[in-house]
Ligand binder design. Structure first.
Ligand SMILES: [Zn+2]
Length: 258
């Protein structure tokens, strides 16, 4: 486990200040309800962590939040995928970087904290901290969480991400793509040995290709974020994928009958 270089500052560092910084887009301040902080945009929903009514259909607010996401992700991550801040370094997993390149979907825009960091504290207990930006979460892992737990990880709380194409069929068992961890994870059987029914892609020797079959499956749980294989994104990301060769000049590809 790496040791933290230098003394960690308890107070907000420069980055944290930027995370809660004031909005600086012209027009937002002019709106009827003057807003100066990101946190003031929220307060809707039962938890008060959803975008508040007056901003709900505001395209300017959405653009602003999309830009904040993009900037927060790009900041500090080098072309080698390592996030650097002062003497701190953290290698951002490839899958995470791929997923974070995408724009936020609406469910993430309206949520004040679409991201979380999970790690085990020094006492061995699982900890979780919520973040407004993915960049903030990466920064927290790099500067703090990784020194308590080198497996500290960022989790998407709102949406799952499909497996990026370059990892398809490349994840060896018992690892599987976890849509919320945005990386390969070990999945374990649920402690109560739960089962459920779903369609699974299986190889048929008779037809010499994959076919979908209804099966009773054991519930598998991601050991980090708690995502299960009941999630359709998780299942489709981990099905065997095939390449179909389409001859040149073919305009319409017929669907295969199963
Ligand atoms: Zn997970």
């Amino acid at each position: 486990m790496p040791t933290p270089p230098g003394k960690k500052k308890r107070s907000k560092d420069k980055y944290a200040q930027r995370e809660s910084s004031t909005l600086s887009v012209r027009g937002v301040r002019d709106s009827a309800r003057s807003v100066t902080k990101f946190s003031e945009l929220y307060g809707g929903g039962e938890t008060g962590r959803l975008l508040a009514g007056p901003h709900n259909n505001d395209r300017k607010i959405e653009r602003l939040l999309q830009r904040r996401h993009k900037k927060s992700v790009a900041r500090g991550i080098g072309p080698d995928g390592v996030y650097r801040y002062g003497d701190h370094e953290w290698k951002v997993p490839g899958g995470v970087r791929q997923c974070l390149k995408k724009s936020l979907i609406w469910g993430q825009v309206v949520n004040q904290y679409p991201w979380a960091v999970v790690w085990s504290g020094n006492d061995g207990r699982r900890k979780r901290k919520l973040f407004a930006t993915a960049g903030g979460a990466v920064h927290f892992i790099a500067t703090q969480a990784q020194y308590h737990d080198r497996h500290a990880a960022i989790v998407s709380r709102v949406v799952g991400y499909d497996i990026p194409i370059q990892y398809v069929n490349r994840i060896p068992r018992p690892w599987r793509w976890c849509p919320y961890c945005m990386t390969a994870r070990r999945f374990r059987r649920h402690k109560d040995n739960l089962k459920f029914s779903a369609e699974r892609k299986e190889w048929s020797n008779e037809k010499n290709r994959y076919v979908w079959r209804s099966r009773t499956l054991a519930v598998l749980v991601c050991e980090r974020c708690g995502c299960t294989n009941k999630d359709p994104r998780m299942r489709r990301s981990n099905q065997p994928w095939e390449k179909r060769v389409i001859k040149q000049g073919v305009r319409r590809v017929r669907r295969r009958r199963s």
